[in-house]
Design a protein around this ligand. Structure first.
Ligand code: SF4
Length: 446
């Protein structure tokens, strides 16, 4: 698949998870009912979708493509900018509500079968720690039951610590200083009604399922079902921004492409989503991090992206050497650690930017003192400005691995720090709603 030699296909019978989120494909038809904004109090909610999945969607096109569409319809090109503003800045999801367009044009577009077609949140799970896990139904869903997962962490998970995410912190008068002490929404400076200012992290999926077959990830059990389109990837962001009334430039939301799927095996759509989020939504690529299992051709393409559209890069390392990595991440047999590191060296980092090595600690398998020393040597030998994010594996049903002891986690981190390698322990988020790393395949339980 995806131009590879078929290495992945058919091997996918174990599990694991990208660093943060619990992927899900819902099979329960009863869940798929529309979520209303006011339905936010219960632990999980269901609603029914109102859109027609068979109609062509305008969402996902950039202003230029929308302008071309308008010209085809006999309208001036600048109508495209009006549509883009409605979709990507005002979060409008119904053509009838775009009041900048003449009513007759709205009616004509609808009569021709066009719709906004933005992905919709169909179910929400609330964690006691504030994390929300969403099932999102996409515009091109092959079945009414097909969803992907997106996770909102209102106080982040410290995954971006130490990687230059603060480099572009908004400090202008239009974007007041953030309350970085509490990292919680704060009141505005004018003393008006309290206004929320978020400092959150949003984890996004890039595929339905995944073909990479990491042995500790539940998504692998699903295999690859299909690639998400650029609109479906960016649409997860807009659906959540809409839910939380995010004001870009004022609220601070970091995006991590670490959900369901391998972004670099859906490269064009992943980068299409990034461009849409940068150009049309106004997000900074320095607030985005993409994590890859080590798809070397994808890393090489990524290295050639212009800095204005290039997110930060995280490598899902997870093992101290090729022997262990090939066992838990079979992709390593195709692209071993040295090849991945060579490709990463081609990325021209911004000032203060670091490469992140994600490292899931599996008890007794990858968490031993000798493993920590080996990781320290590996990172130092790479010569890359890098940091390591440690993630203690969470137990899950049917999984043979075990959670590392907290002493082992701390000793691992100390070894890295003693070797002058920045190392951070990612906070587990949303364990009680199966949103934390490794707590997978529990889609409908909350
Ligand atoms: S690359 Fe795929 S299989 Fe590996 S951790 Fe990410 S989602 Fe799971």
């Amino acid at each position: 698949m995806h131009g590879t030699d078929g290495f992945f296909r058919g091997e996918c019978n174990r599990w694991a998870k990208c660093s943060i989120l619990t992927p899900a494909v819902s099979k329960n038809r009863n869940q798929l009912v529309r979520l209303h904004p006011s339905c936010t109090t219960s632990k999980s909610q269901t609603c029914s979708p109102s859109r027609n999945p068979g109609s062509p969607a305008l969402f996902g096109m950039d202003a230029e493509a929308l302008a071309a569409r308008m010209v085809e319809a006999g309208e001036p090109a600048w109508r495209g900018s009006q549509l883009a503003k409605a979709f990507y800045r005002q979060y409008i999801t119904e053509l009838s509500e775009i009041t900048t367009l003449p009513k007759l044009l709205r009616q004509r577009l609808a009569a021709e079968g066009w719709q906004v077609g933005r992905p919709q949140i169909t179910q929400v799970f609330h964690s006691a720690d504030g994390t929300e896990r969403y099932l999102v139904q996409c515009q091109n869903a092959q079945a009414s039951t097909e969803t992907v997962e997106t996770v909102w962490m209102p106080e982040g998970d410290d995954g971006e610590t130490g990687d230059s995410s603060d480099a572009d912190s908004p400090k202008s008068s239009s974007a007041p200083d953030l309350d970085t002490e509490s990292r919680k929404p704060t009141s505005n400076a004018e003393g008006d009604l309290p206004r929320r200012r978020w400092h959150a992290t949003l984890c996004i999926s890039s595929q339905v399922g995944c073909a990479v077959n990491c042995q500790f990830c539940l998504t692998a059990k699903l295999g690859l079902q299909r690639n998400l389109t650029a609109g479906e990837i960016a649409g997860q962001v807009l659906a959540v921004f809409d839910r939380h009334a995010i004001e870009v430039g004022r609220d601070r939301v970091n995006l991590v492409f670490m959900g369901m799927g391998e972004p670099f095996l859906n490269y064009d759509n992943f980068m299409g989503a990034v461009r849409l989020l940068v150009r049309e939504v106004g997000l900074s690529p320095q607030r985005m991090t993409v994590s890859t299992s080590g798809i070397v051709p994808g890393i090489e393409r990524f290295a050639a992206e212009p800095p204005e559209f290039r997110p930060k890069l995280a490598i899902s390392l997870n093992a101290p050497n090729d022997a262990i990595r090939s066992e838990i991440m079979p992709i390593n047999r195709k692209w071993p650690i040295a090849a991945v590191v060579d490709a990463v060296r081609q990325v021209r980092l911004r000032p203060r930017e670091r490469i992140t090595f994600e490292y899931v600690l599996l008890g007794g398998v990858t968490d031993r003192p000798e493993h920590a020393a080996e990781v320290a040597r590996l990172v130092r030998r790479s010569g890359l400005p890098a940091k390591v994010n440690l993630i203690a594996w969470n137990p899950g049903p049917g999984i043979d691995y075990s959670t590392p002891q907290s002493e082992a986690v701390e000793a691992f981190r100390s070894t890295l720090i003693d070797a002058d390698i920045p190392a951070y322990l990612r906070k587990p988020r949303g364990r009680d709603i199966y949103a934390a790393c490794g707590q997978l395949k529990r889609t409908v339980e909350g």
